[in-house]
Unconditional design. Structure first.
Length: 168
């Protein structure tokens, strides 16, 4: 699980360096150094469609990309990712380059219509992070390779398409 999360973070940093300049240097030596308790990032009773629509509206106005984090508060990897995203240097970097929105997928039984909007027919694991175009409001390419699959209980993925950076 943690290896997949680390791979997601590495992929996010690498993809960001292609699309948005060099990523931040993380200040903690390992995941055990994250502030406890870990956050519960997913608003379980929120209107996910409205939250995503608001993120795209902000992105169009700001010129940023949209980063959608699909997951659930029950998921340790999701909470670790949220803890890393809350680190001051990461939070600042994300705020400067992305409109970030979290979508609660429950136990893979909530907001699946929002997931399908981005060409993902079935979540294989969480966290799943998608970077979408602010112009079209669509996931850039469902056929491109996704990285960071886990062999553990969860299989977080990050799908990023640096070749589309000019359209972001």
């Amino acid at each position: 699980m943690r290896k997949s999360l680390i791979a997601v973070l590495v992929a996010l940093t690498l993809a960001s360096s292609f699309a948005a300049g060099a990523g931040p240097r993380v200040s903690i030596p390992n995941l055990a150094a994250l502030k406890a308790p870990l956050p519960y990032p997913y608003a379980e009773n929120s209107d996910a469609k409205a939250a995503v629509a608001q993120a795209f509206a902000r992105a169009k106005a700001s010129g940023k990309r949209v980063l959608i984090d699909f997951g659930g508060n029950w998921c340790p990897d999701c909470r670790i990712l949220a803890g890393v995203m809350d680190l001051p240097e990461v939070k600042s970097y994300l705020a400067g380059h992305y409109e970030v929105v979290t979508v609660d997928v429950g136990m893979f039984d909530k907001n699946l219509d929002v997931v399908r909007r981005f060409g993902i027919e079935k979540l294989k694991g969480v966290p799943t992070v998608v970077i979408a175009s602010r112009i079209s409001g669509k996931f850039l390419s469902a056929s491109s390779a996704c990285s960071a699959r886990s062999s553990g209980r969860t299989a977080g993925k990050l799908c990023v398409f640096p070749s589309f950076r000019d359209r972001l």
